[in-house]
Design a protein around this ligand. Structure first.
Ligand code: ZN
Length: 133
């Protein structure tokens, strides 16, 4: 946020708070300024967090087959959520073929997985693949 204090504001004992996320201007009396700043910082934090969370969720695609994996990676990119066996050789083959590697194995374990997206062996985790750019 930006805080403006001009000669007229000093006369009126006020400050102008301009939010930099939506450019909304608010005039506050000096005694309310700190309270208003805290309120706006909280609102800005929530707005930025929700925007980032929405962006992240829009860029995660669950894929069930390796064909779907390759097509999604090529057309949409982002994170591919898929079952994987966690064998290094299998991940290497995926990397060689598509350029994508495992970027994240969630701490919160899922138990709704079946077979590895690439080799077909029993999967050990649901992981997130992505391509490094
Ligand atoms: Zn595998």
């Amino acid at each position: 946020m930006r805080i403006e204090i001009g000669p007229k504001d000093i006369q009126k004992r006020q400050v102008v708070i301009v939010r930099r996320d939506n450019f909304e201007k608010t005039f506050t009396k000096d005694k309310d300024t700190v309270k208003e700043i805290v309120k706006f910082l909280d609102e800005i934090q929530k707005t930025l967090f929700n925007k980032a969370k929405k962006f992240l969720n829009e860029h995660i695609t669950t894929v069930k087959t390796f064909d779907e994996f390759k097509k999604t990676l090529e057309k949409k990119g982002g994170f591919l959520r898929a079952c994987h066996c966690l064998e290094k050789g299998c991940e290497e083959k995926i990397k060689t073929e598509t350029g994508a590697t495992i970027r994240m194995i969630p701490l919160k374990k899922e138990n709704s997985f079946s077979n590895c997206i690439h080799c077909g062996k029993k999967a050990k985790e649901v992981v997130y693949f992505a391509k490094a750019y």
